[in-house]
Design a protein around this ligand. Structure first.
Ligand code: 0RA
Length: 654
């Protein structure tokens, strides 16, 4: 009996230490390879920490227990997330012998709900659990209010500093997590207000009725603390209204429905406008499915089918018109689809493509049914939508004819490369680079300076067409655009095929002045609207030519920023600074054309020494709205944006 008792006691002790060892091992693995858990240790990973904590509060909201989430960025870039949910359990776990909250903070993949009744967010980089945030934080404090009491526990780099402490009586309920990302882990420590604001606003749109507050307490030149509140009773309908921006709606009422099927909960909002682009965004369990998947396939099929059915049934097509393509049905459409799925399968390069095949049919059936009802009940809107799609079809037909006509000379499909392209000699696309260069004179320098074995040069004349304000037939009749499409080789829109891509690096090289910035924006608009896959796959780059040459005799430095210019003047002036230092000359490059071919090679094109910025789409919905604001027909939003962001323009990320 005693022996037995002793044995049991021993087993208990070793289970306890075994758990401790496991905790240390688990969190140590997170600290050793943080990228595996949060994607990166740069700005993106840093912001993921906040999303990870917020996701837990959102889960609580989705389960119906939480109505408000507050996120505060403090001075020195620590963050607090507070919610009014049920609070993380604090009672001792029956087998692990520690409070539930401690389990959540130290055990991988045990951050969220312990039961399986809610829609678990388990895709992409989300859902790794709050223990990962704990492991990667210099400190983390969790405060829980539950059942009339307040509790507190502190951690440092994932290791507990204090046992869970009972702070005594308290009203209300909820969870507060205050953490500071570990400078030993992250290369970037400063939170970006607008990055957080965009995601939190999106979450508020996606979770109808939930109130999310974002506060910034960091000192900002004496300005007041910044706070924003996101709360949308309209849910996705509010999202669509927001995304439509300044474009004119074709029908006043937003098409909206939510429905629950065994395969998925489905919520959809859509509206047509007078623009020519398509803005469809899809989400699964609040995660943006950039790469689409089965839910998007179902949506597209239903849209095309229901609109064609309605047109045919109501005799809105002429005899000659054989029907509308999917592209026709989505021209000028702003649409957000959000599905909640029990066990999502995420696939694709960035794990943002929904794989669950059963969701396709569920979405397709729901959209077929609900869109048909809307069209029947709103004949005026239906007529406008059909007319819009018919005019898209006519433009598509005109574009096809224009292409056919031009085929002999410089057709897109003929494989004949544009005359002004100075191609490279290697044919392996993974080694090849295409420089798209502003102006013939810079093009000339680039041609002479390049390594012709793998660098191709395409000079563009002046400003290219603003594709945001033009329809496909006009876009394709533009010589500069046709030259780019042919040179790049991947086709556009529905014909896009990455296999045809002739260069894995497409580098935009424009002057470092206002005109250069404008041309760069026009080019980015073109890529974003016509070949977004190229940006997503990381093939689009921006060259960084120097702003100045600082020289003294044979010694010279190239400065890419004002700070570098000052530094080089000081270096060549033997420590003397200032604007004018005797013997030190500064040449300012107003355009690429002012550099000789050799200088252009050394400063901007030589892979050994150049800096390239890779363009990426952080948030497709916001990027699309931004392009609309900046490139659309309304002047006022553009002015507002410039006023608001003038000091940040250099960092403008799309
Ligand atoms: C597990 C179980 C319950 C709530 C939570 C976790 C929870 C976790 C977080 C993280 C941030 N905020 C949170 N709010 C709740 C349910 C507990 C119960 O049944 O009362």
């Amino acid at each position: 009996m005693t022996a037995k008792k002793k044995k049991a006691g021993k087993a208990g002790d070793s289970a306890y230490t075994a758990r401790q060892i496991q905790v240390l091992k688990g969190l140590e693995a997170v600290r050793r390879r943080p990228g595996m858990y949060i994607g990166s240790t740069s700005a993106r990973g840093l912001h993921h920490l906040v999303y990870e904590v917020v996701d837990n509060s959102i889960d609580e909201a989705m389960a119906g227990y939480c109505s408000q989430v507050e996120v505060t960025i403090h001075e020195y870039d620590s963050v607090t997330v507070v919610d009014d949910g049920r609070g993380i359990p604090v009672d001792i776990h029956p087998t692990e012998k520690v409070p539930g909250v401690e389990l959540a903070m130290t055990t991988l993949h045990a951050g969220g709900k312990f039961d399986k009744s809610s829609y678990k967010v388990s895709g992409g980089l989300h859902g790794v659990g709050v223990s990962v945030v704990n492991a990667l934080s210099e400190f983390l404090e969790v405060e829980i209010t539950r059942e009339g009491k307040k509790y507190l526990q502190r951690y440092s780099r994932g290791i507990k500093e204090t046992e869970l402490e009972d702070l005594g009586k308290a009203k209300g309920r909820g969870t507060k997590v205050h953490f500071k990302p570990d400078p030993a882990i992250f290369t970037e420590l400063e939170f970006n207000f607008s990055t957080l604001s965009n995601r939190l606003r999106e979450l508020a749109f996606l979770n109808k009725g939930l109130r999310i507050v974002l506060r910034d307490e960091r000192p900002n030149n004496g300005d007041d603390p910044v706070a924003e509140e996101y709360h949308f009773e309209g849910g996705l309908a509010s999202f669509v209204e927001f995304l439509r921006g300044s474009r004119q709606a074709l029908h006043p009422k937003i098409i909206y429905f939510e429905t629950s099927r065994p395969e998925a909960e489905i919520e959809l909002a859509m509206q047509y406008d007078d623009g020519f682009s398509e803005n469809t965004h899809t989400f699964v369990n609040n995660i943006n499915t950039h790469e689409g998947g089965s839910h998007l396939t179902g949506l597209k099929a239903a849209l095309t089918r229901t609109i064609n059915d309605y047109g045919r049934k109501n005799n809105l097509f002429k005899k000659a018109e054989e029907g509308l393509s999917g592209d026709d049905c989505r021209e000028g459409l702003t649409c957000v689809l959000s599905v909640k799925v029990m066990e999502p399968q995420f696939e694709g390069q960035t794990k943002t493509k929904l794989g669950n095949s059963e969701v396709r049919g569920a979405v397709e059936a729901a959209v077929n049914e609900q869109l048909a009802i809307f069209l029947d009940e709103n004949p005026k809107a239906a007529k406008g939508i059909i007319e819009k799609a018919l005019s898209a079809a006519r433009a598509r037909e005109a574009a096809r004819k224009a292409r056919d006509l031009a085929r002999k000379k410089s057709a897109l499909e003929s494989g004949v490369l544009p005359g002004k392209l100075a191609d490279c000699s290697i044919s392996d696309p993974s080694l090849c680079e295409l420089y798209i260069v502003e102006g013939d004179s810079a093009g000339g320098s680039a041609k002479q300076g390049r390594d012709r074995s793998y660098q191709a040069i395409l000079p563009l004349k002046g400003k290219i067409l603003n594709v945001e304000r033009a329809r496909i037939d006009k876009i394709l009749s533009n010589d500069e655009i046709r030259a780019m499409i042919t040179a790049i080789g991947s086709g556009i829109r529905d014909d896009f095929d990455l296999k045809g891509l002739r260069y894995h690096k497409i580098i935009i090289m424009t002057d470092a002045d206002v005109d250069g910035a404008h041309i760069r924006t026009l080019l980015l608009t073109f890529f974003f609207r016509q070949m977004p896959e190229l940006i997503e796959a990381g093939h689009i780059f921006i060259a960084q030519p120097p702003l100045y040459r600082v020289f003294k005799g044979k010694q010279e430095f190239y400065a890419y920023t004002e700070a570098e210019r000052r530094e080089y003047i000081r270096r060549l002036g033997n420590g003397k600074g200032g604007e004018e230092v005797k013997g030190v000359s500064v040449q300012r490059y107003k355009g690429l054309g002012e550099m000789n071919p050799d200088q252009l090679w050394r400063t901007t094109m030589d892979p050994e020494t150049r800096t390239l910025l890779r363009v990426d789409i952080d948030d497709g919905a916001m990027a699309s709205r931004l392009f609309d604001e900046l490139m659309g027909s309304e002047v006022e939003p553009r002015k507002l944006f410039i006023e608001k962001n003038a000091k940040y323009v250099k960092n403008l990320d799309v």
